[in-house]
Design a binder for this molecule. Structure first.
Ligand code: NIG
Length: 381
């Protein structure tokens, strides 16, 4: 079954040769992009969809979410907006609710949030464990995540559970917990931050995960300057996420490695931190991704359009840079060459907005611009 999509006023491909095209068309066949070119030369197909002058971009690649959870942290959010600081300790509230939830309840919450993300143009999504923090709760979190997310990350090292000694918990994460969860995940992550895990503990977790063949990710430099970014580069992590507090040497380290800097502007806003210095990273040649960090504590939105608008309006990113970071940047952060780009052979992940150009994502912030979405070749909106 092939679909030809015509009448595209602006087609953002993220492909170096195809670039951004005007008056374009594309053909989707099965789960792949089969053809891209001018509308005037578009081939016939089983079905024709005329977009009548709308813009098309690759579906958002949301490379950082925490969607296996139960419960709600509205009270904590309201207290924060009244002046209380965000701390890692709030995670424990969600851990308690998550442990008490049934598998079906966890699956229902996750399904609802993934559907919400897809309705906003997200076509590829990573999610993490990290609200279980026992062997059985982390394993079931990973199993549930694998039913709905494209990529799953083990984040047993999210917080030392109340009542446990840090070193004992790190030993558990590095040993029996990793053994139980590793078969269900591609990635492992660690929250390297004051109040969570220090540099040595984080390095131990990353080493143990690498020994089991997992790819590495790091939460770093979220609440203050620290070792997270440098550790991520040293360990060859695919991505270091947050990067809110960077020193010049952190930026140099990122520029000299191939770790993606994943920025989470919705989280910075919701925790009243400064927005990350995207401009310095981009000017230094660092690959930047934008992600939602959707979770019930620090960033309760799955809207990648909101992240893009914030990046453009507040973080001195151009529209082109922000859209690229939220699509191709996310794909690079997940080491995936088939998404975040539209070219023949790529996954058929297509986001149509109800506007003639991608600039409208920031020009009309907050407007629900998603018009149509194909995810893996299937029209889901
Ligand atoms: O990425 N920083 C650590 N983890 C999440 C927050 C989790 C929470 O507060 O529940 C984050 O912001």
């Amino acid at each position: 079954m092939a679909v030809v999509v015509t009448g595209i006023a602006e087609l953002v491909t993220n492909d170096d040769e195809l670039g951004t095209m005007a008056d374009a068309a594309l053909v989707l066949e099965g789960d792949r992009v089969a053809w891209i070119g001018p509308t005037a030369t578009a081939p016939d197909a089983d079905e024709r969809v005329d977009l009548d002058g709308r813009a098309v971009l690759p579906g958002w690649v949301d490379s950082h979410t925490h969607l296996v959870f139960a419960g709600d942290r509205t009270v904590e959010f309201a207290a924060r907006m009244a002046g209380k600081p965000y701390t890692a300790g709030g995670i424990a509230v969600t851990v308690e609710a998550t442990r008490a939830a049934s598998d079906d309840d966890l699956a229902a919450v996750l399904r609802r949030h993934v559907e919400e993300a897809v309705a906003g143009g997200t076509t590829f999504l990573e999610t993490k464990t990290g609200y279980g923090l026992t062997i059985s709760d982390e394993r079931r979190s990973a199993e549930v995540a694998g039913r709905f997310a494209d990529e799953v990350t083990f984040l047993g090292a999210h917080l030392v559970p109340p009542g446990m000694k840090a070193d004992d918990y790190v030993d558990l994460v590095c040993g029996d917990m990793l053994d139980a969860v590793a078969p269900h995940v591609r990635w492992a992550d660690v929250f390297c931050e004051r109040g969570a895990f220090d540099e040595d503990q984080s390095r131990a977790v990353l080493r143990a995960a690498a020994e089991r063949g997992l790819g590495l990710r790091v939460h770093g430099n979220q609440l203050g300057q620290g070792p997270g970014v440098r550790l991520a580069v040293e360990m060859g992590a695919a991505s270091v996420d947050h990067c809110t507090y960077l020193t010049p040497s952190d930026i140099d380290a990122l520029a000299g490695g191939d770790t993606v800097a994943t920025l989470l502007p919705a989280c910075d806003l919701s925790t009243r931190q400064p927005l990350a210095d995207a401009r310095s990273l981009l000017d230094a040649g660092v690959t930047v991704a934008l992600a939602s960090n959707c979770n019930p504590g620090s960033s309760y939105t799955s809207s990648m359009a909101f992240c893009v608008a914030t990046a453009v309006l507040q973080m001195r990113m151009s529209v082109t840079e922000a859209v690229r970071a939220a699509t191709l940047g996310g794909a690079r952060a997940l080491r995936n060459d088939e998404v975040g780009v539209l070219r023949p052979g790529a996954r058929a992940d297509v986001h149509v907005i109800d506007a003639p150009s991608a600039a409208h994502l920031a020009y009309r912030p907050g407007m629900p611009l998603t018009y149509a979405v194909w995810r893996n070749g299937i029209r889901v909106r």
